[in-house]
Design a protein around this ligand. Structure first.
Ligand code: PMP
Length: 399
């Protein structure tokens, strides 16, 4: 009985959510219409929380590539990368990723989550030190745990705090790995990568940058924040995912360090799980090509990001610190966030509801992510829904 007791509290919390008019964590996308629309709760709904930054999930070339691969290679690899699960497609994708980033090698994982687990647990272990930004994604925290390294958190985007902690480490900094993200997944702000990477000269640490939300989004060629900031050479390892701008599933790490190739022999999240299926590898390879050939997708994404951010700011919502395809509105309580989120859904707009402890600083938030595939009209409809729901939610707060 004691074993399952901890679920009582969770069951109560889940029941309370349901009593509010439906459990927000049980949304079912009943029918997908396009990268930006679906039927949810029987209603045609604009999707504004998908990370489908370039809208490639319905790209005809990606679909064709996936269909050909599934016909020719079957539905799955039924094996791990280290056993029977490395197909020619995985090797080709790794070469193409390495070339795209201008690095010597790339390793592909089955998800972005596993990429962080796999790389962090292989690069670091007991006796090493990881310094990570406090707002890093759960996969980074979990990777740290799996590694067994000492973990030190520094305040989000606070270079002074990082510097102080590095100084305290003394000569241990040479066996330290610093982890930051290109665009942070919750507030949509960028890491100060130029300032942080400049500290390498003094302290001699290694730097890992997770470009999950910035691949295809930042940089002239879409390589991410390091490219935008002009500091790619100072970043030792870049991790990313196929599940956002590339519209698939899977993850990767690229690097010039020859040791990256050796991680294949020790990384448990690489070795002990099935490799990405041929259709996903094929659509991802095609999406990576399109990402390079179609900078207009990125320009449309940014035009939409500006439009959404500026209009939501105009309504008076408390947003993240800078314009980005992730636009997060902070609400004053969990109850207000849930009511707002449900109101938006009733208006035919889906955004991500983020409740503590998922959001930074224990905030409750509505997290939007725009796509280059949203039309201007859809962005305006999202903003109109926010405006109309904010009227009723904030009025009830004041009443
Ligand atoms: N890293 C970051 C920064 C993320 O935001 C995410 C997913 N939201 C991941 C890694 C994990 O990627 P995936 O969902 O493809 O496993």
């Amino acid at each position: 009985m004691a074993l399952l007791r901890k679920f009582h509290q969770l069951a109560e919390a889940q029941k309370a959510l349901g009593e509010g008019g439906g459990d927000p964590f049980k949304v079912v996308v009943e029918r997908v219409i396009s990268p930006t629309e679906a039927v949810v709760n029987g209603r045609r709904t604009i999707l504004a929380g998908t990370n489908n930054y370039l809208g490639l999930t319905f790209d005809p070339q990606c679909i064709e590539a996936a269909l050909t691969a599934v016909r020719e290679q079957g539905t799955g690899t039924t094996g791990s990368r280290m056993a029977n699960g490395t197909f020619a497609g995985h090797m080709a994708l790794e070469r193409e990723l390495a070339d795209f980033f201008g690095r010597k090698s790339a390793v592909v994982f089955s998800t972005g989550y596993l990429a962080n687990l796999g790389i962090l647990s292989a690069l670091t272990g007991p006796g090493d030190v990881i310094l990570l930004d406090a707002d890093c994604h759960a996969s980074i925290y979990d990777g740290c745990r799996l590694s067994g390294a000492e973990v030190i958190r520094f305040r989000h985007n606070d270079v002074g705090d990082l510097d102080k902690r590095l100084r305290r480490l003394g000569d241990q900094t040479s066996k330290s790995l610093i982890i930051i993200e290109g665009i942070y997944s919750m507030l949509g702000d960028r890491a100060p990568v130029a300032e942080i990477s400049a500290l390498k000269r003094e302290y001699g640490f290694y730097l890992l940058l997770d470009e999950a939300h910035s691949l295809g989004v930042l940089g002239k060629r879409g390589r991410g924040l390091a490219e935008e900031a002009g500091v790619e050479q100072r970043v030792d390892f870049i991790v990313g995912t196929f599940s956002k701008s590339l519209g698939g599933t899977g993850g990767f790490c690229v690097s010039n360090h020859p040791e990256l190739e050796l991680t294949r022999y020790i990384s448990r999240p690489y070795i002990f799980t099935a490799s990405p299926s041929p259709s996903v590898v094929a659509s991802t390879r095609t999406a990576l090509k399109i990402l390079q050939e179609r900078p207009d997708l990125r320009s449309r994404l940014w035009a939409n990001a500006h439009r959404l951010y500026e209009q939501l700011q105009g309504i008076g919502l408390k947003l993240g610190p800078e314009v980005s395809p992730i636009v997060a509105a902070r609400l004053s309580s969990k109850e207000e966030a849930i009511a707002f989120w449900m109101g938006l859904l009733e208006c035919g707009v889906y955004v991500n509801l983020i409740l503590p402890p998922a959001a930074p600083n224990g905030d409750s938030m509505l997290r939007c992510s725009v796509s280059g595939a949203h039309t201007t009209k859809q962005v305006d409809q999202i903003c109109e829904a926010f405006s109309s729901v904010s009227g009723s939610v904030f009025t009830s707060r004041e009443a």
